[in-house]
Design a protein around this ligand. Structure first.
Ligand code: UTP
Length: 294
């Protein structure tokens, strides 16, 4: 079974749900507690054995490659002031030479189109997709849980989480195979279909596609047809649904908490939840927040 070495991180979206904050700062660089959302995503990818991160960027996103480069003056100043812990935290996010690629999407035509832009760099091997505005808080990093599942069953793996039925119209939703006879390895189920943003009352389940994927390279040929779907965008979900006709797909209901930081309340919740989990900040965060909630 071929290993999962590369991950695609699409960062070319407009981030309209967190404007005007995302006007000059890419939403993927908005801070959660004291570091950008992307810092959490790259950390999760490295913990899953990802060796190469392929960012799909666009206009106004140049701060992203800058974030992953040295800031020599700042580093010298921190060293001179003896702020070594802060310096180490900054350096921890930097790539090894050649560990990251940055490609232009040119127009934000949809998540499927963004992934297709990575075809030449990914080549003919299975790869991960990580949505870089979704922080996963989990004991075993969620991307690593998907890689574990991939080593059991191969094929294509989609991370899913249960959402209230009233919310399914906002997401991609999967159709699990009925439990008679199919693979049911813990929270890993075979899939028979998936649909992007189903109209209320029509979703095939309450399992939503949550932003972590392992895909076989044949997806690029399907994405290359440039067929548009929900919202007039080239949807990754539609391409995966097509590929399901010829390839195995499993959905993994991973263990962990999902924070959608591309959404105002999701971003707020991520800040609160992760500050309350930090040993150095929890007491002060609780003291600051409790009076506000009374
Ligand atoms: P989203 O739908 O959450 O991002 O796509 P968006 O379009 O930026 O956000 P809103 O809905 O306008 O607020 C998930 C990820 O896919 C990237 C986004 O940057 C985001 O990280 N994306 C989306 C692209 O790279 N290109 C696209 O054409 C669309």
């Amino acid at each position: 079974m071929r290993p999962i070495r590369k991950a695609v991180l699409p960062v070319a979206g407009l981030g309209t749900r967190v404007l005007p904050g995302a006007k000059t700062t890419p939403k993927e660089l908005l801070n959660v507690v004291d570091r950008p959302i992307l810092s959490y995503i790259v950390e999760e990818g490295r913990a899953a054995g990802i060796e190469h991160f392929v960012f799909i960027t666009g206009r106004g996103k140049d701060a992203i490659p800058d974030y992953f480069d040295h800031q020599v003056e700042l580093e010298l100043q921190l060293r001179a002031k003896g702020k070594i812990e802060m310096l180490d935290a900054m350096l921890a996010d930097l790539p090894k030479p050649g560990e990251m690629s940055f490609l232009r999407q040119m127009s934000p035509l949809g998540l499927g189109h963004a992934v297709w832009c990575a075809r030449e760099v990914i080549g003919d091997e299975p790869f991960a997709v990580m949505l870089p505005d979704v922080i996963m808080d989990a004991e075993r990093p969620v991307m690593a849980q998907l890689v574990d599942a991939y080593h059991k069953v191969g094929g294509n793996i989609i991370g899913v989480e249960a959402v209230p039925e009233s919310e399914t119209h906002k997401y991609g939703v999967i159709a699990p195979k009925p439990h008679s006879g199919g693979h049911a390895l813990g929270k890993l189920v075979e899939m028979t279909g998936m649909v992007e943003k189903p109209p209320p009352g029509t979703a095939p389940s309450n399992l939503s596609i949550a932003g972590r994927y392992i895909l076989q390279p044949e997806i690029f040929a399907v994405l290359g047809r440039h067929e548009t779907g929900a919202g007039g965008e080239i949807q990754l979900t539609d391409a995966m649904a097509r590929m399901l006709e010829t390839q195995d797909f499993h959905a993994l209901e991973y263990a962990g908490t999902t924070h959608d930081c591309g959404d105002k309340i999701g971003l707020l919740r991520a800040n609160v939840a992760l500050a309350l989990k930090r040993p150095d900040l929890a007491a002060a965060a609780r003291a600051a927040l409790e009076p506000l909630l009374r």
